[in-house]
Design a protein around this ligand. Structure first.
Ligand code: BGC
Length: 253
């Protein structure tokens, strides 16, 4: 049985657990530490090391990170400190921990987990996962393979005046005190724009409010079938661990 430590870094929390790569199950309790503010490379090292220490871990680590990630380097920083831009996240955490760290975009990690272990398991073709949280993340998966670093949450809405995630994320819902119908309609405006540019076979909605799908599903009115994710807050952790595992396999094959 193969185990990997998965760490999911978001704007509000840094979560970690040891993951069984065969099943995607968390074999330890999920630990959540608050993301420091400002969320800089320097401030985030301590909680990252704490997660390793709490799990008594000395193997490889998979880490989901809320940025476009190219060869381990963060190219964007919408919901964390801008000083991450052009920082090699893998080097940063590897130097601090002395362990091998594989970093992947957080939504891509969640998408990988949902198609392997969750709501997208057994589905073929093209699946788009949208994570609804502080931002709007996206993962495009074709026959089980991630097309990395899609950023559908950054398309413009309202006549090019609003970035989608500032208008229709869960943060936007809370910030503007939106009722479910108001938010649901906003989210549907976003989905209509997504549908203009891509036609996946299925859209899966992830993030904390995927479990409240019943409260807004009636406002979703697009052609593409839409369903909620099933792994809730564990998808990011399990997917990051799976990503690291797959990367190691490729290195040694
Ligand atoms: C970032 C994405 C990330 C998403 C969810 C967005 O602001 O641009 O890279 O996946 O937030 O954390």
């Amino acid at each position: 049985m193969e185990h990997v430590l998965g760490i999911d870094i978001g704007a509000t929390g840094m979560k970690g657990a040891i993951v069984d790569i065969e099943t995607g199950e968390l074999v330890t309790e999920r630990i959540k530490l608050p993301t420091p503010h400002p969320a800089t490379p320097e401030s985030m090292i301590d909680p990252f090391l704490d997660l390793i220490k709490t799990h008594n871990w000395s193997g490889i680590i998979g880490c989901g990170f809320p940025s476009i990630i190219k060869n381990g380097t963060a190219l964007t920083a919408s919901n964390i400190d801008k000083s991450w831009i052009n920082t090699n996240v893998e080097d940063c955490f590897e130097k601090a921990s002395g362990l091998k760290v594989n970093v992947v975009n957080d939504a891509d990690a969640a998408g990988l987990a949902e198609v392997h272990f969750g709501a997208g398991k057994g589905m073929s073709g093209c699946i788009l996962l949208i994570t609804i949280g502080s931002g709007l993340g996206s993962a495009l998966i074709y026959n089980g393979q991630i097309v990395p670093n899609t950023e559908f949450g950054h398309i413009f809405l309202k006549g090019q005046t609003q970035v989608a995630e500032k208008y229709a994320s869960n943060n936007a819902r809370k910030l503007h005190n939106l009722e479910w119908d108001e938010w649901g309609k906003r989210f549907n405006e976003f989905l209509l724009q997504v549908e203009r540019i891509i036609l996946p076979d299925q859209i899966i909605l992830g993030g904390g409010i995927s479990k409240r799908f019943d409260l807004y599903k009636e406002y979703i009115d697009i052609q593409i079938p839409v369903s909620p994710a099933s792994m809730l807050n564990n998808a990011g952790i399990a997917g990051a661990a799976l990503f690291a595992h797959q990367k190691q396999l490729k290195l040694f094959s």
